[in-house]
Ligand binder design. Structure first.
Ligand SMILES: NC(=O)c1ccc[n+]([C@@H]2O[C@H](COP(=O)([O-])OP(=O)(O)OC[C@H]3O[C@@H](n4cnc5c(N)ncnc54)[C@H](OP(=O)(O)O)[C@@H]3O)[C@@H](O)[C@H]2O)c1
Length: 318
């Protein structure tokens, strides 16, 4: 049984704990929070064995096998590295850091300590994603020409002081843009050649909207969009020479609709097991059982590759 510790008890930590409760291979053993009310609420709900008032104490607990980093983006690197130094396997929320240099530092520490690390980019582990990638490889819609994905969400009532509006770690690109970016880069088996991008910067100094056009070396054009100030239907479209594929809610999909130029249309479906976070937790358990140091579905280098393109989107933005 893998004993998990959670660092930071915000919104996503609650969802993680619920998802972990579906597993027979891991259990919530310890929590760490600076906030008494959160510790109490969490303990009442999940009845874990250890409750810590600071994050370092949890890392010093030798019974903790794996740590889930559920902090705002700007703290991911620091606490991932601290956890790796204590030889804890790490599942760190997305985005893995605020730029590619941070992920490179994390990789260095993971390698140095011979310890597992994975970014919690849940989409990569959703079961139907492998089927979609197989269909692309089998050229069911011909040669891929273009792919579009967005995550545009009008986040109302952002609390003052929220990390979302902090210009060092907030904004649409880091918070939601990482989903379409990671998805597009997972689907296209080619490197990004050039990046054109546009950003709206709001009064807090963060990007409230961005759009990026990625030209891949094999000629595919990827269009990625993200927003915290507007809504858009969250669908990915993959276009090929023989037809196109639509993937509703592509960040946690359970179906894909294939439309062929011949007029034929069909849908493939695969259920999500329990919820959208369960598959990534299961992947960590599988990797630890096999003593792997990284996941084949999202390697350390792949997290770096995605963050490097994210850096280029930010750098090139008009
Ligand atoms: N995978 C997904 O579906 C998903 C969904 C939402 C968010 N996320 C990611 O999860 C991470 C956390 O998001 P969230 O929505 O859970 O955030 P949140 O509700 O604001 O919680 C963040 C937690 O971080 C801790 N923290 C430590 N230092 C802090 C500081 N200086 N300022 C604010 N908080 C601090 C706090 O924990 P304590 O007070 O308990 O110590 C707080 O409860 C983000 O990186 C986000 O991108 C992922």
């Amino acid at each position: 049984m893998i004993r998990w510790g959670i660092i930071g008890l915000g919104n996503i930590a609650l969802r993680f704990a619920k998802s972990l409760s579906y597993s027979n291979e891991g259990k919530l053993y310890a929590i760490a929070s600076r906030t008494k009310e959160k510790r109490d609420e969490f303990y009442d709900k999940y009845n874990c064995e250890k409750v810590y008032e600071n994050y370092n104490e949890l890392l010093r607990d030798e019974e903790v096998d794996a740590v889930y980093i559920a902090l705002p983006h700007g703290f991911h690197k620091h606490w991932s590295i601290e956890a790796l130094k204590h030889k804890k396997a790490v599942l760190c929320e997305k985005p893995v850091g605020i730029n590619s240099e941070e992920m490179k530092e994390i990789k260095k520490e993971a390698v140095l300590n011979n310890t597992f690390f994975m970014e919690a980019m849940k989409t990569r582990f959703v079961p139907i994603i492998s089927d979609i990638k197989r269909m692309i490889r089998n050229k069911e819609i011909g040669d891929i020409t273009a792919i579009e994905a967005n995550f545009c969400n009008n986040v109302e009532n952002i609390k003052p002081g929220s990390y979302l509006l902090d210009k060092d770690q907030g904004g649409a690109l880091l918070d939601v843009g990482i989903y379409p970016l990671s998805f597009v880069m997972d689907m296209i088996d080619s490197q990004v050649k050039s990046v054109k991008s546009y950003m709206d910067i709001n009064e807090s100094g963060v990007d409230s909207y961005f759009k990026a056009i990625l030209s891949f070396e094999d000629g595919v054009i990827g269009t990625v969009e993200g927003a915290i100030d507007r809504n858009k239907e969250r669908t990915a479209i993959i276009r090929g020479t023989k037809g196109w594929m639509e993937i509703p809610m592509y960040n946690r999909p359970n179906k894909a609709v294939v439309n062929l130029n011949s007029g034929k249309s069909y849908t493939i479906e695969k259920d999500i097991e329990f919820d959208d976070m369960y598959a990534e937790i299961k992947e960590v358990h599988n990797c630890l059982k096999e003593s792997k140091l990284e996941s084949d579905y999202l390697t350390l280098n792949e997290s770096i590759r995605v963050m490097e393109v994210l850096d280029r989107i930010r750098m090139n933005a008009e």
